[in-house]
Each structure stands twice: as structure tokens, then as C-alpha cells.
Write a protein that binds this ligand. Structure first.
Ligand SMILES: Cc1ncc(COP(=O)(O)O)c(C=O)c1O
Length: 388
């Protein structure tokens, strides 16, 4: 049996690979493993959401397929939410509900590009984006990392990379892995470039709900031609702590969404019905919970950043609600060797920058949102010890 060589050439899922370094290993009781690999909320969803799902589970209808692009009520509620947030007109017809933001990316890329085409990805990239492009035979063109600009990529660099096979540029803001937030003016300039060069701009806003209130949304949906070339990807996973329910969205103009609907029909038929009900409940009922949670997460990020700066040895490149992207203290080591040294010596499991693209050997990603507030000082203590 010969598997598809495009798939076989892709490395194993990175988080599982990193967890494999410590599989079966016992850590001492006074220094248990602290796992900072995966961006999952460290808390469960609120109890009233769980109770709502339990109550709805008795209805035979919730175990059936929904429309391919999701429950009409959820599409409408999400569209209304986006319209308010961005000061724009986003219609329910522009919203597709899918099985998570990873799937949203897969669908959007498959609808936009074919084997031999190119898609520009800023480095460090979200590894699943790169993996999917590789699987499609689409070339991921790396846009250089600018640690000196807190990880915000340069439009001029992107302009130089666009060629006849370029189909899209993908931006993730707030970013994974760096946490960087791209300013609205930068996003506007990327969109202007994409428009001028006839390529799509795909923006993954999985972490947008964790921005500080008043951080100022981008104005891309308020531009009258947004539906011609702008695609937004979003996740309900993080905002309502629903990672296992698999529900996200893709917002696009009608022509592209019609193509996405065909692909979705084949790969999923629809997003999980109960997950959609959970997302709808979240939109209708959970604003106060989301706001309080966002405040807590930003406080944790501030504490983490302050701790890192205080101890020295680790240079903070950028930080968001979920991740810190840091230069590790061991210039002589590769990123993987540094990550292994950190877990072997201090029981802190992180992801090496090299999992996120080229030229990332100096960096580690620490997904501190995984741990509770009480653990943050312990992480900082161990990082200080490691750098000493
Ligand atoms: C940038 C980004 N996009 C998408 C996802 C996946 O989200 P979902 O759970 O909705 O598939 C993640 C999760 O870590 C992410 O960081």
C-alpha cells in the first residue's frame, strides 16, 4: 500500500509529537509536568451552557443533520454579532457554519487554490495551515518574521512574494503562535495589496474575543467590496471553551461560499448539531461570561509577561491571551533541543519555534492559557531556574 505521497511527506501532528517526548515518563510529585503545548482554555464552559445542552439533548431533532452551512438561527445570530462588532453589514447568507476553524481553513483553501498554486503565510505560521497546504500540493510561501516589529509582518515583503500562481495571503490575528495583534492599518494595507493584485485575503480571527475592550476592530468588513476577496475564519472553540464540539465559521462572498458549501457537503455534511446549539447559546447568553473570562485571561497574560521580563534570560517577542513567543536562553541549541532541555530539566513542556516554520530556532511557544492562575508563578520560577 502506498499512501498519497503529499500526505506521507507531512510530519506527524506537532503537539502529539512534543507530548511523545514525555510519554510514559514519571515526574516527581514536587515538580509535576506543566504542559504548555496546546492552546486550549484552562477552564470548562459555564454550567448554564452545559445545562442547556443537556436539556436540548432530549429533543430528537438535535441529533439530525442541519443545513450544510449551518442552523439558520446561528448564521443569522453570528452575522448580526459580526455586523455590530465591525460596524458593517454582514448578512446571514455570507456566514457558513463549519466544524471548527481548522476545517474553515481547509475548506477556504480548497475552494481558492489547487495543486501548483501558491499561498503566502507569515512566519512563524500556525502549523496546521502549512500542513494542509502541503497536503493539497499548494506551495506555502513564507513571509519573513519580524521579531523586531513584535511579529507584525510587512506589507512590502508580501508585495514582493506575489506571483502569477499566488491565490491568497493568510493572516492570523491575534496570532498563533506569537500572540501578536496586527493593527487595523496594517490589515487595511494587506487588503489593499490583495485587492490590487487580485488575490484573496484570508484572516483567521480565532482569538479576537480575547482582545481588550476598545482595542478597535479592523474596518475590513466596512469596506463596500469586502465580499470580493475577503474571507474571515473564526472559531467558537476558545471563546466558549467548546473545543470538543467542533464549531467555527467561514465568512465570504456568495460565489466563494457556494464553492465552500460543495466541499462541506462532502467532508462533513454539516457541523455537529449540538455544537451549533452551544454556539448559538453562547452568542445569545454568554456575553458577560466572555467579558469576565477575557479580563481574567488578560490579567494572566500580564502576570506572565511581567514575570518573564523580571527574571531575564528569556526574551519576550510578543504575547497574547493564549501564547507567549519567547527567545530561549540557549543560543547554541536548536529550538527542539531547547524545548527538550526545558522539559527534561524543569518539567515545562513547550513547543519549539521550528514547528512553526523556517528561521525559528531561537524561539519557543508557551501556551500559558492552559494552566490556572496559581500555576503561573511556578512556571516563572522554573523558567528563571532554567535560565540561571
Ligand atoms: C489560529 C488558529 N486557527 C484555528 C484553530 C482551530 O480552531 P478550531 O478548534 O475551531 O478548529 C486554532 C486552534 O488552536 C488556532 O490557533
Amino acid at each position: 500500500l502506498r499512501p498519497n505521497p503529499l500526505i506521507a511527506a507531512v510530519a506527524a501532528p506537532p503537539i502529539a509529537a512534543a507530548r511523545g517526548w514525555v510519554a510514559g515518563r514519571a515526574f516527581p510529585a514536587d515538580r509535576p509536568l506543566i504542559d504548555l503545548t496546546q492552546a486550549v482554555p484552562g477552564h470548562p464552559p459555564p454550567a448554564d451552557l452545559a445545562a442547556h445542552l443537556a436539556a436540548r439533548a432530549g429533543d430528537p431533532d438535535v441529533h439530525r443533520y442541519t443545513d450544510i452551512l449551518g442552523l439558520p438561527a446561528l448564521r443569522a445570530a453570528h452575522a448580526a454579532r459580526l455586523s455590530t462588532a465591525y460596524g458593517a453589514e454582514v448578512s446571514a447568507a455570507a456566514v457558513g457554519i463549519v466544524a471548527g476553524c481548522n476545517q474553515a481553513f481547509c475548506l477556504a483553501m480548497m475552494a481558492l487554490a489547487r495543486a501548483g498554486d501558491e499561498v503566502i503565510l507569515p512566519t512563524p505560521w500556525y502549523f496546521n495551515h502549512r500542513m494542509w497546504l502541503d497536503m493539497l500540493g499548494v506551495t506555502a510561501v513564507p513571509l519573513p518574521f519580524r521579531p523586531e516589529a513584535a511579529g507584525v509582518p510587512a506589507v512590502a515583503d508580501a508585495a514582493r512574494l506575489i506571483g502569477p500562481r499566488t491565490r491568497a495571503i493568510v493572516l492570523v490575528t491575534p496570532n498563533n503562535p506569537t500572540g501578536a495583534v496586527y493593527p487595523p492599518g496594517v490589515l487595511r494595507a494587506f487588503r489593499a495589496l490583495a485587492r490590487e493584485r487580485g488575490i484573496a485575503m484570508v484572516i483567521d480571527e480565532t482569538y479576537k474575543d480575547f482582545l481588550a475592550p476598545g482595542a478597535g476592530p479592523h474596518g475590513l468588513f466596512a469596506e463596500s467590496d469586502w465580499a470580493d476577496g475577503l474571507v474571515q475564519l473564526y472559531s467558537f472553540s476558545k471563546v466558549y471553551a467548546l473545543t470538543g464540539h467542533r464549531v467555527g465559521s467561514v465568512v465570504a462572498g456568495p460565489a466563494l461560499l457556494a464553492e465552500i458549501e460543495k466541499i462541506m457537503d462532502c467532508v462533513g455534511i454539516c457541523a455537529p448539531h449540538l455544537g451549533q446549539i452551544a454556539a448559538l447559546y453562547g452568542i445569545r447568553e454568554l456575553d458577560p461570561w466572555v467579558a469576565a473570562n477575557g479580563t481574567d485571561m488578560r490579567a494572566r497574560a500580564d502576570a506572565f509577561a511581567a514575570g518573564l521580563v523580571r527574571i531575564g534570560g528569556w526574551r519576550l517577542v510578543s504575547i497574547g491571551a493564549y501564547f507567549a513567543y519567547v527567545a530561549h536562553p540557549w543560543a547554541e541549541l536548536t529550538a527542539e533541543a531547547a524545548a527538550r532541555r526545558l522539559v527534561d530539566g524543569w518539567a515545562v513542556l513547550s513547543l519549539p519555534g521550528s514547528m512553526f516554520g523556517p528561521d525559528q530556532e531561537r524561539f519557543l511557544r508557551l501556551a500559558f492559557a492552559n494552566v490556572s492562575d496559581e500555576i503561573v508563578p511556578e512556571v516563572i520560577r522554573r523558567l528563571a531556574d532554567a535560565a540561571a
